[in-house]
Design a protein around this ligand. Structure first.
Ligand code: PGA
Length: 314
């Protein structure tokens, strides 16, 4: 027996006849003539080298070989359906588009992952908004993006939220600051010290203000800036201390341009989530990127940074 000559067309016809237990009904379903079906099944039977049907009275029945072949047809058809779904999903990915909105602090990690994803899927169009917590919440409420990467999502919006990575907030100072190098600093020693703050609407600011309020500490706001980059420069220049996402200061800490103060209670534990409105139908491209994010994220995964409870939001 040489199955190389067997065709998918023959298998489809045979399977239809087997399912309908009738050449006439299968011919009707396939919009073909009964003689065409008989010829194809006869040729298939010759290829297999065994009879596939037996006729008893006016009815046809599968032989043992016919049943085995029918089972195989079932598998082959299921596989073809999966193949077709995979190919159309892939086509969706390759020609799709993704609209992302990410936090200012996320721009130090996710764009790199996005770059690598786009190199593998060059046909995808991507737009990415970078903004603070408030801007992302407004965009989410208007359903403007496919995926949003943000801190603690608000409970009042119906959202799907998947924890993505830890976002520890650290207290940074210039290297010559009197508190630099001290261990387990009591937070009360921050009382009255000048701070460079993020703008209102920033999750970083919200979290640090909550920490100071809980500790009963009044810091001295010296300057307010809507940019992590600018804050780093002003802190390095000696204008004050700042609370920033650890992801934003990796290079400055490594180069010694800034130091991390060991204040009790820090780092403040935040988390990033991949978020989208409940009921949203994510495109194949957006789904593929979401998978990519989870597969290629850095070792600092959600919940792995610290056992501490997450600092919540309003
Ligand atoms: P943001 O983000 O300070 O840029 O708003 C930080 C957060 O919400 O965790």
């Amino acid at each position: 027996m040489n199955l190389r000559h067997l065709t998918l067309h023959q298998l489809r016809i045979f399977h239809a006849v087997a399912r309908h237990a009738s050449f006439a009904r299968a011919a009707e379903a396939l919009h073909l003539s009964p003689p065409t079906l008989s010829l194809q099944v006869k040729q298939l039977s010759e290829t297999v080298g065994q009879p596939l049907f037996e006729q008893i009275g006016k009815k046809i029945f599968l032989t043992a070989s016919g049943r085995t072949l029918a089972d195989a047809c079932h598998d082959i058809e299921a596989r073809m359906e999966r193949l077709s779904a995979d190919l159309s999903a892939l086509q969706g990915v390759e020609r799709g588009s993704i609209k992302l909105a990410i936090l200012t602090t996320v721009k130090y990690t996710v764009p790199k992952l996005l770059g690598r994803f786009c190199a593998v899927h060059p046909g995808i169009e991507v737009s990415m908004q970078v903004g603070n917590r408030e801007l992302l919440l407004q965009r989410l409420a208007q359903n403007l993006d496919d995926l949003t990467i943000m801190g603690q999502p608000p409970e009042q919006l119906a959202l799907v939220c998947e924890p993505f990575a830890d976002n520890p907030l650290v207290l940074v100072a210039p290297p010559d600051h009197p508190l630099a190098g001290q261990r387990q600093i009591d937070p009360q020693r921050l009382q009255g010290l000048p701070f460079v703050l993020r703008e209102p609407g920033s999750g970083t600011r919200l979290t640090s203000e909550r920490f100071f309020a809980n500790q009963g500490i009044a810091i001295k706001p010296r300057l307010e800036l809507a940019s992590n980059e600018a804050i780093k420069q002003t802190v390095a220049g000696g204008l004050g201390l700042a609370v920033l996402s650890a992801h934003t200061v990796v290079a400055e800490l490594a180069l010694g341009e800034l130091v991390q103060l060991d204040v009790q209670g820090f780092p403040l534990i935040r988390r990033w989530y991949v978020v989208y409105p409940q009921g949203k139908r994510l495109s194949a491209a957006a789904l593929a990127f979401k998978d990519w994010l989870y597969t290629h994220r850095s070792p600092e995964r959600a919940g792995e940074h610290s056992a501490g409870a997450e600092s919540g939001d309003a």
